[in-house]
Design a protein around this ligand. Structure first.
Ligand code: AMP
Length: 448
């Protein structure tokens, strides 16, 4: 609970107003130390809640009665205009019940307007290094009284070639009492050098459990009525999405084989990888995928581990992975090296709570997508709890493995299942709904 932190009541009021209930892991770890005035070196990603982790302690230090401002007390540096704007917004939201004023200095905005803002002396100045240096050179900026300095996304600032500018600004804040450095990655030698130069006996906090998640990958969910409906959606996606290479994840070998069989029957160039395939199959699949003669891989988690194929830009979670980390592993395969990726999870009612707990784990909200050509009847729970889980959903439905199988057998629509043999696996029907495809193996579903 935020009330457990030694924060001023006006800040707690803002936190409550923003409906923040539980601190995120980075907030829980960093806020108490930052309140003590410690230097911090934090590895955490955008989306982890790191902004509040440094903004709240800064505001707590500055809070007090209205007075004439004579100097900038806090400097927050970020690599891009967008991040700086977002941070300003967050600062303003948290300081809404205080007299603390903040200002923004980034490229692409009117220099004179910024100079006028600086003459009014904000308590907190937020911005990008390049434009800050220009104001420094123009004599508009005095950082001599800065008490707290924050370098946010420091690794990215270095990547973008701001090392010298940052160092100069750091040197300007000569009488600072506290420095906090945040980065999404542990960084290379440049970052280590900066940490050594800039921080004073810092506390290291490493909160990168979800750090492999690529920011350039869009994450979507599409609701589905049952497995057969999921297959229709997969078909639509493979036929209509733009992608270079796609990977379809299932939780069981049987499902992987089934989808593979269906794809091959439709003359897709596909491969399947699961625990029953040997090293030779695996190598062949990966080689073909790399060469580009195969565009689609159907795989279980175990089989896909360590797979690194360029141009893999579409991930379809036919089954939702059973944990947040597994999700990160799967999605981590797309959007590599700055390329855009698309990750789509197909969600039946039995998958919903698992999906929402993964959203919470990642502190992200997946984009809800509907495809009108393959729209089903299930669109998510009628009512959700604050946690995002379905109201009234029984616990056992969350258990992805066993239950999904059952619900897949129970839930199919009456119309399509009328003539289907009694089995826990949905019938295989080809794209045109004509001849059932041959089942490849009679084996029982085996989790990987
Ligand atoms: P950040 O990683 O700082 O960019 O934060 C990501 C998003 O999470 C922002 O929209 C924040 O407003 C939001 N956020 C941060 N901390 C919390 C929290 N404890 N509870 C709910 N939302 C939060």
């Amino acid at each position: 609970m935020f009330s457990e932190f030694a924060l001023h009541e006006r800040l707690l009021k803002a936190v409550a107003e923003l409906k923040f209930v539980e601190p995120t892991p980075v907030q829980a770890a960093a806020i108490p130390l930052a309140l003590q005035g410690r230097d911090l070196r934090v590895t955490a990603q955008t989306g982890s809640g790191k902004t509040a982790a440094f903004v709240l302690p800064i505001l707590n230090r500055l809070i007090g009665p209205a007075k004439i401002r004579v100097s900038i007390k806090t400097l927050i540096l970020l690599p891009t205009r967008e991040l700086a704007q977002q941070t300003l917004k967050e600062v303003e939201r948290f300081s809404q019940f205080t007299f603390i004023k903040s200002g923004l200095i980034t490229g692409g905005e009117d220099f004179k307007v910024q100079a006028a803002m600086l003459r009014k002396v904000p308590d907190i100045l937020i911005g990008t290094p390049g434009r800050m240096i220009e104001h420094l050179n123009a004599g508009n900026l005095d950082l001599k009284e800065v008490e707290v300095l924050v370098l946010d996304e420091a690794d990215r600032m270095l990547d973008m070639g701001f090392a010298e500018d940052v160092q100069r600004l750091v040197d300007e804040c000569a009488s600072r009492q506290q420095t906090m450095l945040f980065s999404a990655t542990t960084g290379g030698s440049g970052l280590r050098e900066m940490v050594a130069k800039v921080l004073n006996n810092p506390e290291h906090l490493q909160l990168n459990a979800v750090s492999q998640l690529n920011a350039t990958t869009r994450q979507q969910i599409i609701t589905a009525d049952h497995n057969q409906h999921k297959e229709q959606i997969v078909n639509w996606l493979l036929a209509n999405e733009t992608y270079e290479k796609a990977i379809i994840f299932t939780n069981t070998r049987v499902m992987a084989d089934r989808i593979y069989g269906r794809l091959v029957a439709q003359e897709y160039k596909a491969f399947v990888l699961h625990g029953e395939k040997d090293q030779k199959d695996r190598k062949l699949a990966i080689d073909r995928l790399k060469q580009g003669s195969v565009k689609i891989l159907v795989a279980t988690d175990v089989a896909a581990r360590g797979l690194d194929v360029e141009g893999l830009d579409l991930v379809i979670n036919f089954d939702m992975p059973r944990s947040g980390d597994e999700y990160v592993h799967r999605i981590g395969r797309t959007g590599r090296a700055g390329n855009d990726g698309l990750a789509i999870s197909l969600i039946c009612h039995g998958d919903w709570n698992l999906m929402s707990s993964i959203e919470r784990y990642l502190k992200q909200s997946f984009e809800r997508r509907t495809i009108k050509e393959v729209k089903g009847t299930y669109g998510g729970p009628k009512k959700v709890k604050a946690s995002g889980k379905a109201v009234g959903a029984k616990k056992k439905k969350v258990d992805a493995k066993g239950d999904k199988k059952k619900s897949a057998a129970k839930t199919p629509t009456k119309r399509k299942t009328a003539n289907r043999p009694k089995t826990d696996a949905p019938a295989l029907v080809s794209k045109d709904g004509m001849a059932p495809l041959k089942r490849r193996k009679p084996a029982a579903p085996a989790a990987e």
